[in-house]
Structures are given as C-alpha cells and as structure tokens.
Design a protein around this ligand. Structure first.
Ligand code: CP3
Length: 330
C-alpha cells in the first residue's frame, strides 16, 4: 500500500532509485528561511504551526526531497516539560543536576500539540509519495545539554556527572526515554511516516558507557513505535557494532569511514548518510563525483537512503543541493 520510497527503502524493499533527504534541510542556508526569521524568533517559528509548516515545506518546494523533516528542535519537548530554554543560536539553559532531570517527570503531549498540528499541515501540503519525518533527540544527547546548560566543546561536565553517579544517570535517562517515546508516538499518531532519533553527542562516550546507558535509553525511546525508525549518532564509529541493539530499522552514518564498511559493521539494517557536508561547499562537478563514489559503494544493497553524514552547513549555496539531488536522480 505504502508507496513512499523513503519508507520502502527503510523497510529494505526494492526501490527504483535511492531516496534522499538532508539533515537540517529546513534552515539557515535557505534565503527564504532567513527572511522569515527576520520577522520571527526561532522558538516562535517552531511553536506556530503555520510558520513551522512553511519552513518544513521550503526545501521540498525547491528540491523535492523524498522526506519532509518537521521544523522543531531536539530541545522542544524539554521546554514543554517546563525547562526555560533560549536559542543563541544553539540551546541555552540553566545547568541541571541529574537529580533535577529525574524531577522533570512526565511529558504532557498536549504541551507539544503544536508539533502535531504542524505535521497535519505538512501532510496536507506535500505530494502523496513524500514522507513526513518526525524526530527527537536521544536521551543521552538531551541529558548532555541539560547538564552542561548548552553546547560546549567536550561536554566535560556531562561526562564527569555520568562517571560519578551512573545509577542516577540511568534514572535520568529513564525519565528522558519515557518522554521521548511518548513524544515520538504523538508525532506518529499525527501522521509522521518515519521517525529519526538524533544522538549527536553519544560518540563522546566510551564503549562501556554507551552499552550500559546510551543504548538502552535509545532502545526504550523507540520501543513499540510502528513506523520505520532511524538512529543517528555522528562521530560514533567506535560503537557501530553495538548500535543494532537499539533495534532501529535504519542507522545514519557520518563521513569518517566508508559506507560499505560501516554497513558491514551494522549488519542487516537500512543505512543512511555518509556524504561529508563539506562536499556541498565545493562545486557541482565534485558533488557529482562524490555521489557516484557513494552509490558505487552501496550498489547491490537494499535499504540505502542518501543523506549527509551530519547536518547541512549554513554556508551551503542552495544550487549545490540542486546538483546533489540531480546527481542522485540521474
Ligand atoms: O531541517 C531539519 O533538520 C529540521 C529541524 C531541526 C533543527 N534542529 C532546527 C534548528 C533538527 C532535526 C534539529 C536537530 C538538532 N538540534 C540537533 C541534532 C542534529 C545535529 O545537528 O547534530 C542538535 C544537536 C540540536 C541543538 C541545536 N539547535 C543546535 C546545536 C542549534 C544551533 C545552530 C545550528 O543550526 O547548528 C540549534 C538551533 C536550531 N535548530 C536552528 C535550526 C534551524 C538554528 C536556528 C536559527 O538560528 O535560525
């Protein structure tokens, strides 16, 4: 029944060409986004369904990707749980102890009803074959922001808090995993065709902590969700063999190792990504060459989703994304 190429590929069914979307495709590299942001703050745009849907649709209109990723942030459900957050441009908040995080309690889905409304508006506006992509931050990454109070170079406060009290960390992750699972289920009920869990800072951790804390929390976040689920942790090549324990359908990989090598380590799953975002800062000839290399390495495997190895850089010329889309489709 479902004829959305992105969904089919993640289910590892045959597709006529690999589907494509781009992490951070809705955002600052687009002049129409920057224009809208002159009149509205980031948080106002996220929490106003008409604006969030408009930003979600901007890259679809220009490039026609196979998936529309809903405009929001990994910290959106945390704000809904009562944490004061500002964006400058990354999230800034009061540093939390593990105890503070445990005290956050449950997410009330009504507090993120604007995300459901955005999903309805996007579904009504995109082509039938385009997938709606919901997302959330993985518990360990969200915990990293909560403990640090924002992005830092090495997240040392977070790493030392986890080392000092692993059982409190596990309890805090349990709270975050429950909220994440509820948030993703709400997005799926509203019409998300697939969901992605972003685990941006998991790769900072050693294998043992990943195995004991990060992976069980990611697994709980995705448990029982009945659409294809992607897990993505950049800078985490040292954990590729552990990641399948999360139980996702597809795994995103960064650019640091060749995609076929990453795929062999992950095993029998769908695989997404691997193009270095720096490639989009080069020129159309280089972009075509890199796409050919990528597709040569995945030839003959089912379940490949074209994407970058991390978010698109804000200085990317939009025409370079056009060149990428054309190279994949030709
Ligand atoms: O197009 C999309 O991918 C959808 C929307 C989206 C945003 N953030 C919008 C946003 C998604 C999926 C995210 C995920 C996110 N947010 C991650 C995981 C992905 C990754 O890149 O590792 C992380 C770590 C965050 C936290 C965050 N929010 C940071 C570090 C920043 C700083 C700026 C940046 O773009 O690097 C933000 C703010 C933010 N989230 C912006 C956007 C478009 C920039 C807001 C602006 O200044 O207009």
């Amino acid at each position: 029944m479902n004829r959305r190429p992105l969904v089919e590929a993640l289910q590892r069914r045959p597709v006529s060409r690999p589907p494509l979307w781009i992490m951070r495709q809705a955002g600052r590299y687009l002049p129409e986004y920057r224009q809208l942001r002159e009149r509205h703050s980031f948080q106002e745009a996220v929490s106003t369904p008409k604006l969030a849907a408009e930003i979600t649709l901007q890259p679809i209109r220009r490039f026609g990707m196979d998936g529309a990723v809903i405009f929001a942030d990994i910290m959106t459900p945390i704000e809904a749980m009562g944490v004061d957050i500002t964006f400058d441009p990354g999230p800034r908040l009061r540093p939390h102890t593990l105890k503070d995080v445990i005290a956050l309690g449950e997410l009330d889905s009504d507090q993120v009803g604007f995300v459901a409304e955005t999903i309805h508006l996007v579904r009504d506006a995109i082509p039938e074959e385009t997938a709606v992509i919901g997302f959330a931050g993985a518990p360990i990454t969200v915990l990293a922001y909560l403990v640090e109070g924002g992005g830092t170079k090495d997240f040392l406060a977070f790493r030392s808090a986890v080392r000092m009290d692993p059982s409190a960390a596990a309890e805090a992750l349990e709270i975050l995993a429950r909220a994440t699972n509820r948030y993703l289920a709400m997005q799926i009920a509203a019409g998300a065709d697939i969901v992605q869990l972003f685990d941006t800072w998991m790769g900072l951790l050693d294998r043992s902590t990943v195995e004991r804390l990060a992976i069980p929390a990611a697994r709980k976040s995705l448990a029982g969700l009945r659409v294809p689920r992607i897990y993505f942790a950049p800078g985490a090549s040292h954990t590729l063999d552990l990641q399948p324990k999360i139980g996702a359908d597809g795994y995103g990989v960064d650019w640091r190792i060749p995609i076929d090598e990453a795929w062999d380590r992950l095993g029998d799953v769908a695989v997404q990504g691997n193009l270095d975002p720096a490639v989009l800062l080069t020129d159309p000839d280089t972009i075509r060459r890199e796409v050919e290399h990528l597709l040569a390495r995945t030839a003959g495997r089912s379940g490949h989703v074209v994407n970058l190895g991390h978010g698109i850089d804000r200085n990317t010329p939009p025409e370079h994304l056009t060149a990428l889309v054309e190279a994949v489709r030709s």
